[in-house]
Design a protein around this ligand. Sequence first.
Ligand SMILES: *Cc1c(COP(=O)(O)O)cnc(C)c1O
Length: 360
Amino acid sequence: MKVDLRSDTVTQPTAGMREAMLASPLGDDVYGDDPGVNALQDKIAAMLGFEAALFMPSGTQSNFCAILAHCQRGDEYIVGQMAHCYRWEGGGAAVMGSVQPQPLNHQSDGTLLLGEIESAIKPDDAHYARTRLLALENTFGGKLIPYAYVEQATELARRKGLSRHLDGARLFNAAVAQAQMVSDKPVAAGPPQADGGGNVLVEARRIVQCFDSVSVCFSKGLGAPVGSALCGSRDYLARAHRIRKMAGGGMRQAGLLAAAASYALDHHVARLAQDHVLARRLADGLSGISAVAVEPPQTNIEFVDLLGAARDRAAELLPYLAAHGVLASGLYRLRFVTHLDVDAAGIDHTLSVIHDFFAA
Ligand SMILES: *Cc1c(COP(=O)(O)O)cnc(C)c1O
């Protein structure tokens, strides 16, 4: 049995998704006439309540264009020390955009302290870069950022004249988790329900309406092979479009890829709840092992810390798992990510392999 828990990016397009890709009429998106790309951009913008959206080759390019469309050369953005758009994107905004990051430490729930955000905002003084943008991430390391905090932090930014960007690579995982907090009914992904309870789209919109722009990945839990979307106002996206061109992100018959993303939006949003259930199944199954500390997962990412003497065997663990068909990442802190191509049998196999390792 093969169980790939390294990331939710490893999914293969499903049969239905491949069919949708092949059936998509194609144009040339650099001329703006690829029907699949245009339909996808309209769909995600309407779903999230933005004026417009721009299809992007990757989440990294989407965040890059997002930051540069908010900031000029010599501006800065306030961001988490471990945020993807600061830590894990090659420093692109600084290297290629001359936009300086102002990183802040995260609290254990993934938030940045409001007081620290406020004191990181520089006065208008030639000594300082101009503080222009607050960038948040949700989910962050698999954690749902508390909605009350999202409101407070973005309201603080608005009051101080900053733009607000959300790296919502896993926005729909956040929305599913948030929908489950407001309702004990199973989450629904269709059009918003009259009662407003437990609806993923309602929660996704509730989160993103706090921001001027949001980047969403189709290639993570949604299961598409490629692509992200940057959503915002038309004027903002006209600037982002120019930056995407400079970054080489103008794609031609991109409807092939947009069709996969569109299919994912139609079929793979509500099912994210299953990934969350499986992450919890893994956490529950590991919680009896004294050599590890298990963080209860909020979404589809599970972190497991090796304790005491188990740390001496850390380097052996991933190769042992791989030899038994299970792929994960990390060393002292392991990361397991559930997704479309993982099922309960795969999680149970993973549990038995890990139990065997620690029993030996
Ligand atoms: C994966 C990810 C990205 C970047 O997406 P790529 O498509 O891999 O470039 C950005 N932000 C977060 C939070 C991510 O998890």
